[in-house]
Design a protein around this ligand. Structure first.
Ligand code: 5GP
Length: 229
């Protein structure tokens, strides 16, 4: 396994079944069209992800998180990654506004799960289980990912709700470990979730950068403070 460098993270394989996941200060949006750097973002995302992975592990959800290896680095289990993004939505925002005749902020009667093919050249298109099968992902594997994604949603939604934060939507990625188990991977951070202050509906996530809503690092710090404080 070679070093993998993505837009916001680097994965450095170690001997055996472990790897280092390093969070960068780089931010990109709109399929890489918008770029910037924010000092401290990598460390905040590593801390937030570690905190949430520990929470999920405590609730019996298998994740790739093993430990913390420095400010912006986590030790994770090496996985064979699925080329998919699994999005869960509780409230209408972002690209869902282009699919349903519902305004931003409308609470959904039940969570929606969406599937995307992770491919920069194609712009991460939305796909269904037929496309996934051609990509080598079976309906059984998809069912398992959807089941885990909805469990993650239940745990995180309640946890954030207790802290005055609405979990609007989020993106998960999965991989398969050496034992053939499907494991939650990647990160869970304000780069990959939408979080709104329950009172003010202010964004505490990457929408601050996407739509120039203020200072990204202050928003991520505020989120971390409420999460762990
Ligand atoms: P939307 O489809 O509305 O743009 O995104 C839905 C949710 O998934 C948001 O919380 C967004 O941050 C996350 N998401 C979807 N695709 C990506 C992606 O390619 N990268 C990251 N970091 N997050 C994504």
């Amino acid at each position: 396994m070679e070093v993998y460098e993505g837009k916001a993270k680097k994965v450095i394989p170690l001997d055996g079944n472990k790897a280092i996941m390093e969070f960068k200060d780089d931010a990109t949006a709109f399929n890489g069209e918008k770029k910037a750097q924010f000092g401290g973002k990598g460390t905040l995302n590593a801390k937030i992800s570690a905190h949430l992975f520990k929470l999920l592990e405590g609730k019996g959800i298998k994740t790739h998180f093993i430990g913390i290896a420095g400010d912006n680095r986590l030790i994770v289990e090496k996985l064979d990654m699925y080329p998919l993004e699994v999005v869960v939505r509780n409230v209408v925002a972002g690209s869902l506004k282009k699919r349903l005749p519902l305004g931003e902020g409308t609470e959904l009667p039940e969570p929606i799960v969406e599937l995307y093919y992770k491919d920069d050249a194609l712009g991460d298109p939305m796909i269904n289980h037929h496309h996934a099968k051609i990509l080598g992902v079976s309906p059984e594997e998809l069912d398992e990912m959807e089941r885990i994604a909805l469990s993650v949603n239940e745990v995180l939604r309640e946890y954030f709700n207790e802290r005055g934060i609405i979990l609007v939507d989020f993106k998960l990625e999965f991989g398969k470990n050496a034992r053939g188990e499907i494991v939650l991977a990647d990160e869970i951070s304000p780069d990959t979730c939408r979080f709104w202050d329950a009172e003010t509906k202010e964004s505490l996530d990457k929408d601050v950068f996407r739509f120039e809503k203020g200072d990204l690092v202050s928003a991520y710090e505020e989120l971390y403070r409420r999460l762990a404080g």
